[in-house]
Design a protein around this ligand. Structure first.
Ligand code: NAD
Ligand code: ZN
Length: 377
């Protein structure tokens, strides 16, 4: 490629500061260094975690940055020492790496690779090393990825190679939201055939959790959201019962207990709200109920009555659905191509990178499940 080894100037949406619109800028993207890959981003989803960083997170040091972490693209060039990737390969950037060497990668119980930005920098949500500059300033790479840019540079431990015929404007969703929700149900919760489940929050992550419960053989899936517009989609993914907590004058955990003779077997919190996390735990049945935190928040502590756990419930959390990222994402792409999992049904809007602020507003108002931004051809 004519660009290999050179700095690339390209378009990117820069978040200069929290709580402000992103700005379209020309940025410089340095060539990949040892073990790194430069990727031409083709498409990206907008996830609530992008909005969390921009509007909700308490730590404001993670700026200026290029947001976006749910993308797919094509390898432009590779740095020294990269042998598993070549220009032209289709890839998905991974916000959670899999180095294969650390004690966490070697342990089958977890996907928490020690080499990810999240090990040391979850407060600023980026690794301070970056290959981006703009107007003479370094620009952080959000969650180590930064897909709201035409080009990005990522270490090979955080890139998954996928099949050549994968449609990038759909499989990009497997870079975060859909893998997260789906895996939280099938891996972390370990939903069993015939079980009763409740999913709180019906954005893409929650809907993917519903899909996971359904694929794991759940017999009844309660879809819980304060926005009733989401119920129709939840039905598409397999939800059987629909509850709006605002429509009841008692806690929704009590409503669920009455409807299920004691509580659900599995509950998944896909909102990112500590009160909902508590409610999801309280909605589980004593003895064996399992509740999983999927929503992302680092703003407040949560609380619960110890009896909730003493009575035999389990409270767990899940990052990227418990999937070992590099191994699993290529398989999930194949699961989509063979019809085992849905992706198209999550996509409600398509826009250009220039319209990124409109896409963010749509997420904020709850009018969209996933908006795909087409970044380049
Ligand atoms: P989203 O904004 O599209 O969906 C959130 C849904 O929650 C909306 O439908 C909203 O109406 C609903 N909701 C809000 N308050 C509620 C309440 N009190 N009770 C019930 N429902 C309520 O977001 P998303 O992109 O689907 O992401 C969901 C969460 O998952 C976010 O917190 C995001 O940061 C997190 N996330 C976590 C991981 C991970 O690896 N753990 C990965 C991706 C996203
Ligand atoms: Zn995400």
């Amino acid at each position: 490629m004519a660009t290999a080894g050179k700095v690339i100037k390209c378009r990117a949406a820069v978040a200069w500061e929290p709580n402000a619109p992103l700005m379209m800028e020309e940025i410089e993207v340095a060539p990949p260094q040892e073990g790194e890959i430069r990727i031409k981003v083709v498409a990206t989803g907008v996830c609530h975690t992008d909005l969390y960083h921009l509007f909700e997170g308490k730590d404001k040091r993670g700026f200026p940055t290029v947001l976006g972490h749910e993308g797919a693209g094509v390898v432009e060039s590779v740095g020294p020492g990269v042998t598993d990737f070549k220009p032209g390969d289709k890839v998905i950037p991974l916000f959670l790496s899999q180095c294969g060497e650390c004690k966490f990668c070697k342990c089958p119980k977890t996907n928490m690779c020690d080499c990810s930005w999240s090990s040391n920098y979850h407060d600023i949500m980026s690794d301070p090393t970056t290959r981006f500059t703009c107007r003479g300033q370094p620009i952080l790479q959000f969650m180590g990825t930064s897909t709201f840019s035409e080009y990005t540079v990522i270490n090979q431990i955080a890139v998954a190679k996928i099949v050549d015929d994968a449609p990038l404007d759909r499989v990009c969703l497997l870079g975060c939201g859909i893998a997260t929700g789906y895996g939280a149900a099938v891996n972390t919760a370990g939903v069993t055939p015939g079980s009763v489940c409740a999913v709180f929050g019906l954005g893409a992550v929650g809907l993917a959790a519903v899909m996971g419960c359904k694929n794991a053989g759940a017999s009844r899936i309660f879809a819980v959201d304060i926005n009733e517009q989401k119920f129709e989609k939840a039905k598409v993914f397999g939800a059987t019962d629909f509850l709006n907590p605002k429509a009841y004058d008692k806690p929704i955990s009590e409503v669920l207990a009455e409807l299920t003779n004691g509580g659900v077997d599995f509950s998944l919190e896909c909102v990112g709200n500590t009160e909902v996390m508590r409610t999801a735990l309280e909605s589980c049945i004593k003895g064996w109920g399992v509740s999983v935190l999927v929503g992302w928040t680092d703003v407040k502590d949560f609380s619960a009555k110890p009896i909730q756990l003493i009575s035999g419930k389990t409270w767990k959390g899940s990052l990227f659905g418990g999937f070992k990222s590099k191994d699993s994402v290529p398989n999930l792409v194949c699961d989509y191509m063979t019809g085992k999992i849905k992706l198209d049904e999550f996509i409600t809007h398509k826009m250009s990178l220039e319209q990124v602020n409109d896409a963010i507003n749509l997420m904020k108002t709850g009018d969209c499940i996933r908006c795909i931004l087409n970044i380049s051809k």
